[in-house]
Design a protein around this ligand. Structure first.
Ligand code: UTP
Length: 292
């Protein structure tokens, strides 16, 4: 069989963002600004760096600012050009030139699995990435690029994974898995448990918001019934996929921030601001003089 290539990335972005209220009452969570750009842009840049040329964003009501963000802004560009602000003009232009972006809507937030299903026609019969935009992964090689390289070896679905120590694993989907002999970052998945009770976890390997899935996942989503919270859970569909195909976990190199959570967002802001070439040095000196 011909080698399958990953070209498309799906961004489920139709959730309600309740953990971040009131900020997310009228502003999409994915448009919250981390240092100097919205969360969703970090994800899109990561997918592009991984070789994806087609981006599919699953949106819902009240999410149009996302479309405006990635669209050409003729007025803004004309104004920056007229004032000779060439560096800022380049920044504005580069956002709209990142990739080919298509939008599809999820009429109701019926779960992550349901959101992914909304992209079925646009994805077609090929493997694709899923990136949850509120998981920000800071890594020297972008997380999805690492995963695409692993997919090129395995040609199987791959779930981004990290080791979460102790009972904190109970907040995550957890893998029952064994490390691959040839590549210890790859974990052969036997089963998955959503939010295991403390002490019952099969491993400390948590699933994070990065996936590469084979197109058979759509068939699986169509067969599962609503799970936790009455939602169609992507984890349930991946469990069903395990009955037909190999699935791997992948322990990526890097650091993840849960920017969909207030505390996680604050931490990500400080860490990424400190690393920012332009803002970092001043920000560091300012932080140091705070009476902490
Ligand atoms: P989350 O559970 O983190 O997002 O889903 P949420 O539901 O918006 O947030 P809280 O928990 O209420 O604060 C992960 C991703 O899946 C998308 C979300 O937009 C988010 O990017 N999602 C979730 C959908 O697109 N549709 C859904 O039905 C559920």
């Amino acid at each position: 069989m011909a080698q399958m290539k990953v070209r498309k990335a799906v961004f489920p972005a139709a959730g309600m963002g309740t953990r971040f209220l009131p900020a997310t009452k009228a502003t999409p969570k994915e448009m919250l600004c981390l240092v100097d750009k919205p969360l969703i842009q970090y994800g899109v840049e990561e997918a592009v760096a991984a070789g994806c040329t087609e981006i599919i964003i699953v949106t819902g009501r009240g999410k149009t600012t996302m479309e405006d963000h990635f669209d050409k802004s003729a007025e803004l560009e004309a104004s920056l050009e007229a004032r000779g602000k060439t560096a800022l003009l380049e920044v504005a232009r580069s956002v709209s030139k990142l990739a080919k972006i298509t939008y599809t809507r999820q009429p109701e937030a019926l779960g992550l699995g349901h959101a992914v299903l909304m992209a079925k026609e646009l994805v077609g019969n090929e493997p694709f990435c899923v990136l949850l935009p509120d998981d920000i992964v800071d890594a020297s090689t972008p997380c999805m690029k690492q995963m695409v390289e692993a997919f090129n070896e395995t040609q199987s679905s791959i779930l981004g994974s990290e080791v979460v120590e102790g009972d904190a694993i109970s907040a995550y989907g957890c893998l029952d898995c064994t490390p691959d002999a040839a590549n210890p970052r790859l974990l052969a998945v036997k089963d998955m448990v959503e939010k295991p009770k403390p002490g019952t976890q099969p491993s400390q390997n948590a699933i994070i918001g990065r996936y590469i899935l084979t197109p058979r996942i759509f068939e699986m989503i169509e067969t599962i019934t609503p799970g936790a919270g009455g939602e169609l859970q992507l984890t349930d569909a991946i469990k069903a996929l395990l009955q037909h195909e190999k699935v791997y976990g992948f322990t990526y190199e890097g650091k993840r921030h849960d920017a969909g959570d207030k505390q996680g967002f604050l931490r990500a802001t400080v860490e990424l601001a400190l690393k920012n070439d332009k803002l970092g040095p001043d920000f560091r000196s300012w932080l140091k003089q705070l009476p902490l």
